[in-house]
Design a protein. Structure first.
Length: 434
């Protein structure tokens, strides 16, 4: 999960940028250890990161050796109430991990598009394995589902996407990764906080030092909790006195369900549904921020792509993650809860579609605009520059297609008389250049 603009339960910080891209239909979260770092661009790591408030700590360490930095951090951790024995054991023999630094600095020119991400996230093998695992652990999953009011297929879907149902929890030493990023990363302040939180988890005895492994950015366990989420939302469901997100499926499922429940999961409802739009639909009504009741959408001519739309007592938003030529989805309150786990539209959609597939429902009916050429990072920056120069301010040129860029693009689309979906394409870039 992320915090701030970005979401992630795991991650946190990383993700803001990613999420924005993804939300626009562009990028998608990358698989676990290969996820690029979050800086702003690319894809986000996934996971649940909570967003614990980050306290400002001391200034970053330019020109300080790692060992001096660690010694200073040790004092800070002890002053924060962590036992010296825990800190010393955690930091013994520690060195920065160059792989983590490389991953943190990678900024791919192209990001995976949403349909490419969904093909892999909701692949036949992931669905098949998920059904097997669901059957295998049905009694426990039903027990957890009842305890937290969360339909177990969503717990299984998160488990499947975050770690391949426990098969890949990451192989990085979490303390070493977090210390590396806190020492020399681009987000030192938030990683200092994560490192402190990870030490606190060790200090409480939830997990042994050598078993605390995870993604390169510090997401932990079978559903990839960032340390702050772990502290706030992990539960000891099997009641053995420890919250073990690596080895106890009760704790894994219970913690994931608790995270969803604490973020407002609506029991008895689903995430949303694919829909079909009437001819001439006003695409200015699309986007996560425009929320209406199901009845209002139906009055506008929106119908279910597979028949009757599932019920919701809340409001729904209409999203077109690949623009007006791609599939459309009505997303409910629970979709917003999934975004609290990982703030990428593509991720939340993958969880919803995987959960549906686990229940035997088919995939996306509409066609994705797969033949559209992708926009590179420099194309996206050029798009932002041209929109801004034309009077449609994108609030910055960073190559990230977020709400400001989409809104600016919608206004340009209105000006030239094309559907105002806010979705960037090579064709629109061409028209901006002329
Ligand atoms: Ca336990």
């Amino acid at each position: 999960m992320r915090s701030g603009d970005r979401p992630r339960h795991r991650a946190w910080a990383l993700t803001a940028g990613a999420f924005l891209l993804a939300a626009c239909g562009g990028a998608a979260p990358a698989p676990a250890d290969s996820r690029p770092a979050p800086t702003g661009t690319a894809t986000a790591p996934t996971t649940a990161a909570p967003a614990a408030a980050v306290t400002a700590v001391t200034a970053p360490s330019a020109f300080v050796s790692f060992s001096d930095w660690l010694a200073s951090f040790r004092q800070e951790a002890v002053a924060a109430g962590i036992s010296p024995a825990t800190v010393d054991a955690a930091f013994a023999g520690l060195s920065p991990d160059p792989r983590v630094t490389d991953l943190d600095q990678s900024q791919p020119e192209f990001t995976r598009r949403i349909w490419e991400y969904l093909d892999s996230a909701v692949s036949a093998s992931r669905v098949g394995m998920g059904r097997d695992r669901y059957d295998q652990h049905r009694a426990l999953l039903d027990q957890v589902g009842r305890a937290y009011g969360v339909d177990p297929r969503f717990i299984v879907a998160i488990w499947g996407l975050e770690s391949g149902y426990g098969g890949n929890v990451g192989s990085f030493d979490v303390i070493r990764s977090l210390a590396t990023l806190a020492y020399e990363g681009r987000r030192q302040v938030i990683f200092r906080e994560f490192l402190l939180q990870a030490l606190r988890i060790l200090d409480r005895g939830d997990i042994a030092r050598e078993r605390m492994i995870g993604s390169w950015a510090g997401a932990m366990g079978q559903t990839q909790f960032m340390p702050g989420s772990y502290l706030s939302y992990a539960v000891d469901f099997d009641a053995d006195g420890r919250r073990d997100l690596w080895g106890s499926l009760g704790d894994v499922f219970g913690s994931t369900a608790n995270y969803l429940a604490q973020h407002g999961w609506v029991a008895g409802e689903t995430w949303g549904s694919e829909v079909v739009l009437p001819a001439g639909f006003d695409f200015r009504l699309t986007g996560a921020d425009t929320r209406r009741s199901l009845a209002e959408w139906q009055q506008l001519g929106v119908t279910g792509a597979r028949g009757v739309l599932p019920a919701t007592r809340g409001a729904a938003a209409l999203i077109v993650p690949a623009g007006h030529r791609g599939p459309a989805f009505l997303v409910y309150d629970n979709f917003r809860v999934i975004l609290r786990y990982n703030n990428a539209t593509s991720y939340a959609l993958a969880i919803g579609l995987l959960a549906d597939a686990l229940a035997g429902q088919g995939g996306v009916v509409g066609d994705w605009p797969e033949r559209d050429p992708p926009l590179s990072r420099s194309d996206r920056e050029e798009l932002q520059r041209l929109l801004t120069a034309r009077g449609y301010d994108t609030q910055g040129i960073d190559g990230i297609i977020g709400p400001n860029t989409r809104n600016a693009l919608r206004r340009f689309q209105e000006e030239i008389g094309v559907p105002a979906d806010g979705y960037p394409t090579v064709d629109l870039l061409r028209r901006l250049r002329s």
